[in-house]
Design a protein around this ligand. Structure first.
Ligand SMILES: Nc1ncnc2c1ncn2[C@@H]1O[C@H](COP(=O)(O)OP(=O)(O)OP(=O)(O)O)[C@@H](O)[C@H]1O
Ligand SMILES: O=C(O)C1=C[C@@H](O)[C@@H](O)[C@H](O)C1
Ligand SMILES: [Mg+2]
Length: 180
C-alpha cells in the first residue's frame, strides 16, 4: 500500500471489468480529475482502437499506451486524478512495478463468465476490443489471456475488488474508503 497521501488512483483489470464506468463515478465522488487512457489515445490519434490496431498493429498501440502512462504518472498537471487504464496496461511491467508512492493501483477482478457476458453485450467491444491473440475472437480468447495476465494484476495492484456482484456505485464506494 502507498505510505503517503494518495493522489492518483489507477483502476486496473481485464477488459469489461468496469474500469471506465467505475472510474468516472469515483472521480466525480472525489471531485478529482479523470482520465480514461483508451479514450485519450483515441482522441490523440483521431481513430478507434480497432482501426489503430488494424493499420499499425499491437506493438504500435502499446508504445503509445506506454508513453501516455508515463506522462500521467510522472508529468501530469492534475494533482489528484482517477485513471481508468486499458486492460493491457499490466504488460508495461517495469512501470507498474515502480509506481510513485502516492499512487494506489486497484484491481477490478471479475470472473471469466462475467467478462465474457459483458463483452458480448457491450456495443463498444467491436471498436474498442480487437482480438489480442491468433484465436481471432475477443470473446473466445478471454480464458487464455486472463491466465497470462492474472498473475500480473495480482503482483502489481495494492488491492483487489471482486466486482461480479457489485454495482458501479458499490465499487466506487469501496475504493473511496482507501482514498480519503
Ligand atoms: N459493476 C457492473 N455491473 C454491471 N455491469 C457493469 C458494471 N461495470 C461495468 N459494467 C458494464 O460492462 C461493460 C464494460 O464496462 P467498462 O467499459 O467500464 O469496462 P472497462 O474495464 O473499461 O473495459 P476496457 O478494458 O475494455 O476499457 C459496459 O457495458 C458497462 O455498462
Ligand atoms: O486488454 C487489452 O489489451 C486492451 C484493452 C482495452 O482497454 C484497450 O486498451 C485495447 O483494446 C487493449
Ligand atoms: Mg475502459
Amino acid at each position: 500500500m502507498p505510505d503517503q497521501q494518495i493522489n492518483k488512483i489507477l483502476l486496473v483489470g481485464f477488459r469489461a471489468t468496469g474500469k471506465t464506468t467505475c472510474g468516472r463515478l469515483l472521480a466525480s465522488s472525489l471531485g478529482w480529475g479523470f482520465i480514461d487512457m483508451d479514450e485519450e489515445l483515441k482522441k490523440r490519434m483521431g481513430k478507434e482502437i480497432s482501426e489503430i490496431v488494424r493499420e499499425k498493429g499491437w506493438d504500435y498501440f502499446r508504445a503509445k499506451e506506454r508513453l501516455l502512462l508515463k506522462e500521467i504518472l510522472f508529468d501530469s498537471d492534475d494533482k489528484r486524478l482517477v485513471v481508468s487504464t486499458g486492460g493491457g496496461v499490466v504488460l508495461h511491467k517495469d512501470i507498474l512495478s515502480d509506481l510513485p508512492g502516492d499512487t494506489l493501483a486497484v484491481w477490478l477482478r471479475a470472473s471469466l463468465e462475467t467478462i465474457q457476458k459483458r463483452m458480448s453485450k457491450d456495443s463498444a467491444t467491436a471498436h474498442m476490443r480487437p482480438a489480442l491473440t491468433d484465436q481471432g475472437d475477443p470473446i473466445n480468447e478471454v480464458m487464455e489471456v486472463l491466465r497470462e495476465r492474472e498473475p500480473l494484476y495480482r503482483e502489481f495492484c495494492h488491492i483487489a475488488i471482486d466486482v461480479d456482484d457489485l454495482s458501479p456505485a458499490q465499487i466506487s464506494e469501496r475504493i473511496l474508503s482507501y482514498a480519503r
